[in-house]
Design a protein around this ligand. Structure first.
Ligand code: CDT
Length: 332
C-alpha cells in the first residue's frame, strides 16, 4: 500500500419500506459502519436517498405533503447516530438524502426549496462537501400510463451547486480530490468531465434504480439495466482517470424492485469489487490514488489533447437536432 492508498467501502442498503421510520435505516447503516471499521475501511459510501424508501414513486398532489420525506437539518436527532459512529469508528462517510433548504432563489426571494442531496462527512463529523443532483429523471405530474411513478422532477429542483470537487484529507491520505454524482448523473459524460476537469480522483455516488424500465411501452432486458449502470461508471472512471464508489439501494420496496450490483471501479475502468446481493452488504477495496496518474498524463492529458473550441454545442444546445440531408448538389 502506498501512502496514497485509501480503503473505501460501498455500503449497499437493502429495501426500506414506506412505513419504516428513519431510525431503522440509521441503525442498519451504523451496523454497516461498524463492519466497515472492522474491515479497515476509511470512507464508507451509502446510497442516494438512503434514509427512506424511494419516495418519488409515491404521488402527493400537494408537494408539501411530501415534506416528511425530507431532512430540514443535517445532522438531526434521527441522523446524529451516523455522525457519532463516524467519530467512534474514525471513519468518513457519504450519504444521500432529500433536503429542504430555506434559501434565496434566483430572484433573491427566500423560500422553501427541495433538493436531492449528498454530503461527504469526515471522521470528526464535519460536512466537507455537499452536492445537489443535477440530472433529475422521471416526470413532474402523475402519469396514468405508468404502473410505478418516478416523480423526481416534481419533488426536487435542479441542483444549484454545480459539480464541486474538494481536496479532502481522508483516512491516511492528506489530500484526495473528491467529487460526487447522484444516480442518474452517472449516465451523463458531461457530469463526469466537469469533475475530471477539476482533477477528481475519487467519485462517490449512490443510486436507486428500478430493475424494470417503467416508461410506457418500453421494454429493456433486466441484465441491460445493470450493464448500462456499470458501463456508465466504468467509462466515467476510465475517461477521467479516477476511482468511483457506486452504491445501490436495492431489493423490493413496496412491491417495486431496485437492482443492487454496487461496484467500486478503478481508473482503468475495471470493476474491483461488486455486491452480489440485493440487501445490506458491504464491499471494500484498496484504492491506490497514484493509479490516477497514468491516464491523466497520457491518453487523457486534458491540457495537451482536449479541443474545447470544437465542443461549443455541448453547452449551447440542449436537445439533439437533425443534420442536413446529404445531396449531390450540396456536396459538389
Ligand atoms: N434515482 C434515479 O435517478 N434513478 C434513475 C432511474 C431512471 S428511470 C426514470 C437512474 O438513472 O438510475
Amino acid at each position: 500500500m502506498t501512502n496514497r492508498t485509501i480503503v473505501v467501502g460501498a455500503a449497499q442498503l437493502g429495501p426500506i419500506q414506506k412505513a419504516e421510520p428513519r431510525s431503522i435505516a440509521v441503525e442498519r447503516m451504523v451496523r454497516l459502519m461498524e463492519r466497515a471499521h472492522q474491515r479497515g475501511v476509511e470512507l464508507v459510501v451509502f446510497p442516494e436517498l438512503a434514509l427512506t424508501t424511494f419516495f418519488p414513486r409515491h404521488y402527493h398532489a400537494d408537494i408539501a405533503d411530501a415534506d416528511h420525506w425530507f431532512e430540514t437539518a443535517m445532522p438531526s436527532n434521527e441522523t446524529a447516530p451516523l455522525f457519532a459512529a463516524a467519530r467512534k469508528f474514525g471513519i468518513g462517510f457519504h450519504v444521500g438524502y432529500a433536503e429542504i433548504a430555506e434559501e434565496a432563489d434566483e430572484n433573491g426571494a427566500v423560500r422553501r426549496r427541495r433538493f436531492n442531496t449528498s454530503i461527504l462527512v469526515n471522521p470528526d463529523g464535519d460536512i466537507m462537501l455537499k452536492y445537489r443532483k443535477v440530472h433529475l429523471p422521471g416526470h413532474a405530474e402523475f402519469d396514468p400510463r405508468r404502473t410505478v411513478q418516478h416523480l423526481e422532477k416534481r419533488y426536487f429542483e435542479v441542483g444549484n451547486l454545480g459539480f464541486p470537487v474538494i481536496r479532502a484529507p481522508m483516512g491516511g491520505v492528506p489530500g484526495i480530490n473528491v467529487g460526487m454524482l447522484i444516480c442518474n448523473d452517472r449516465r451523463w459524460p458531461e457530469a463526469w468531465r466537469v469533475l475530471g476537469l477539476q482533477s477528481v480522483e475519487l467519485v462517490l455516488l449512490g443510486y436507486n434504480t428500478p430493475s424494470l424500465n417503467m416508461e410506457a411501452g418500453g421494454f429493456e432486458a433486466h441484465h441491460l439495466r445493470v450493464f448500462h449502470s456499470h458501463l456508465s461508471i466504468q467509462a466515467g472512471c476510465y475517461q477521467n482517470a479516477c476511482f468511483a464508489v457506486a452504491t445501490a439501494k436495492a431489493g423490493t420496496e413496496d412491491g417495486c424492485e431496485l437492482f443492487g450490483h454496487s461496484i467500486i471501479v478503478n481508473p482503468q475502468g475495471e470493476i474491483i469489487a461488486m455486491a452480489t446481493s440485493w440487501d445490506d452488504e458491504l464491499i471494500t477495496a484498496d484504492c491506490n490514488l497514484d493509479m490516477c496518474r497514468l491516464g491523466r498524463t497520457t491518453i487523457f492529458a486534458f491540457a495537451k489533447h482536449r479541443r474545447p473550441e470544437t465542443y461549443s454545442r455541448i453547452t449551447a444546445q440542449v436537445g439533439a437536432i437533425e443534420p442536413a440531408a446529404w445531396s449531390k448538389q450540396a456536396a459538389e
